[in-house]
Design a protein around this ligand. Structure first.
Ligand code: PLP
Length: 392
């Protein structure tokens, strides 16, 4: 079925599904590592790129993997997609594909702790340098771009401060100076934000989060124009970063409900953000949907919904904050996000534990900060849990 002109929910359900000769309602799971050919010519046609076909799963030439990649490309509005064994695999293959020794990357704002380590420690060991610009330093972006700057990377909204960056403006500036723009759209999801339509060159996701949606798979994806994705293919193949077919099948299953899930996450997180903002034990709530958010106007322009993630500052020290977190019953203490179950974390204990205290304080990540991944439980139950924990 041609789905390119269809709505997002329709694409989530039908895009990429191959017509199955045995009548299966959507693409079956082909867990096989290799595929047989009727003749030597048939193998050569696929190996030499004259025909499409299944060949070897680590290459990504597997029907279940190709099917979920078509679905992902369609829902992000990109030409093609490559899936990976994790979000970090997608990030590392992308950086390695476009940067060699002597090249430079700019990373804007807060990023996931693992990304921070990859850009700040692993890539420099290969001669690739990164300038980290805080959101408040964005005015210096033009000066930070050098002749060897290959790409600009950022999350929006960011983790855990929920800062929002203007994708269109950054892309204009980057393109005028010959740099690529890569956006991690994990927090927003394609339901709430379309970075490619705003001028980004590539979009990345940890599919472990909202796209998987049930805290039961680990994966990543990079989406964009086919020509740009070409060099990433060989890095993925030779670093052996392929998503397992079983995971690809599970991911496709989850994507079919992405729109309803994310809309429900948006609604519950919005309600909890408003109530937390009025609570006397809460100093500040960071959620792009609140009028008090510093980039609320930009968020309204750039996003269709504000997502299921929020962070807030508890009035009190680290011990008082940990006590609030420990009193929660429905929110599980866990570092991930984007699943149907609500999760809570203090970034200083998990996602940003690896940062030095100075770097954490420069980035406004304090011991009193609590990050919530608002799940799909009944929102009044979630509020009762939060109110009880804050008041206990
Ligand atoms: N990007 C964001 C925004 C994340 O939160 C994470 C992980 O928490 C990653 C990327 C890395 O993804 P993964 O854990 O699937 O490698």
């Amino acid at each position: 079925m041609t789905t390119t002109t269809k709505g997002l929910s329709t694409r989530c359900i039908h895009a990429g599904d191959a017509l199955d000769p045995r009548g299966a309602i959507h693409t079956p799971l082909y867990s096989h590592s290799t595929f047989a050919f009727p003749s030597t010519q048939g193998v050569l046609d696929v190996v030499e790129g004259r025909a499409s076909g299944s060949l070897y799963t680590r290459y990504g030439l597997n029907p279940t993997i190709r099917s979920v990649e078509e679905k992902l490309a369609s829902i992000e509005g990109g030409e093609s997609a490559w899936v990976f064994s994790s979000g970090m695999a997608a990030e590392s293959a992308t950086f390695l594909s476009f940067c060699k020794a002597g090249d430079h990357i700019i990373c804007i704002g807060d990023v996931y702790g693992g990304t921070f380590e990859l850009l700040g420690e692993n890539l420099p060991s290969l001669g690739i340098s990164t300038t980290f610009l805080l959101g408040s330093e964005l005015g210096g972006l033009a000066d930070a771009i050098k002749d060897n700057t290959r790409l600009i990377f950022f999350e929006t909204p960011t983790n855990p401060n929920m800062e929002v960056f203007d994708i269109e403006a950054i892309a204009k500036l980057a393109h005028a100076r010959g740099a690529l723009v890569v956006v991690d759209n994990t927090f927003a999801t394609p339901v709430n934000q379309s970075p490619l339509a705003l001028g980004a060159d590539l979009v990345l996701h940890s599919t472990t989060k909202y796209l998987g949606g049930h805290s039961d798979l680990t994966g990543g994806v990079v989406i964009g124009a086919s020509k740009l994705l070409l060099p990433i293919w060989t890095w993925r193949k030779n670093l052996g970063q392929m998503m397992a077919p079983e995971v690809a099948h599970l991911l496709a299953r989850s994507l079919r409900t992405l729109v309803v899930r994310v809309k429900a996450h948006n609604e519950s997180a919005g309600l909890l953000a408003r109530r937390l903002a009025e609570h006397p034990r809460v100093e500040r709530v960071s959620y792009p949907g609140l009028p008090s958010h510093p980039q609320h106007d930009l968020a309204k322009r750039q996003m269709r919904g504000f997502g299921g993630m929020l962070s807030f500052l508890v009035r009190g020290d680290a011990t008082a904050t940990a006590a609030v977190v420990d009193r929660l019953e429905l929110f599980s203490i866990a570092p991930s996000l984007g699943g149907v179950e609500s999760l809570v974390t203090q970034p200083v204990t998990t996602t940003h534990h690896g940062l030095t205290p100075e770097e954490r304080s420069r980035r406004g990540i304090s011991a009193g900060m609590v990050r919530l991944s608002v799940g799909l439980e009944d929102v009044e139950d979630l509020w009762a849990d939060l109110a009880h924990a804050l008041e206990g």
